[in-house]
Write a protein that binds this ligand. Sequence first.
Ligand code: 13P
Length: 253
Amino acid sequence: MRKQIAAANWKMNLTYQQGEKLLDDILKAKHQLKDHQQVIFAVPFPYLIMANSVVANEKNFSVAAQNCYHKKSGAYTGEVAAEMLHSIGIRYCVIGHSERREYFSESNQDLADKLNLLLENGITPIFCCGEPLAIREAGTQNSYVEVQLKESLFHLGAEQVKGIIIAYEPIWAIGTGKTASSAQAQEMHAHLRKVLADQYGDAVANEVSILYGGSVKAANAAEIFGQPDVDGGLVGGASLLAEEFSTIIASLK
Ligand code: 13P
């Protein structure tokens, strides 16, 4: 079975102490993850080492950075390189979140460069894609998201693509309380898998975990994760609440 993943994206929330407590509260629930299940906490940079040590002895719990820079190293004050993440034992990194694309003008080409740097450093990218409301209303979401994939991913070989996690996050569903219906999520996930299959073949496409993000919460996780092409979720607001996120973890296939 493909990896089924509950990924928490804390975004720019919580103090260090609040973050420690949240991790502690979630781990207290003693989730027994199956071999194909994974929980990932994408935490702010200053908390990465702490979070990594908190989950170190927990089966299938990992930590992700929320971003990295698209250059290897150098005079880029304030930025964090993939190699730095590798050097502190981080194995996952979210890239291309719609908030980064919108507020920090990240282009598909920047994300292609980030993917290369992460893969060179043995870090699994969690590559985000998704359309704004106007595109959904125009009904052109499939081709919009396809371009995001093509321009950022398609220079990679099949073996590299197998090592990527994709997160589909329709922008109109992020932080709005307005979730895509499970049917809308399934339709897009199946489309994304077909786009991958057309380029890399069915075997590769069937190995890539595709997460849904956008107002996932305890009350809707099981239905969304139950769709055949949805392999878990990337969760914002509800990941900041121990009980909510614990239920989301328990909703993985
Ligand atoms: P919400 O779960 O708060 O809608 O955020 C989704 C998201 O952006 C996760 O990366």
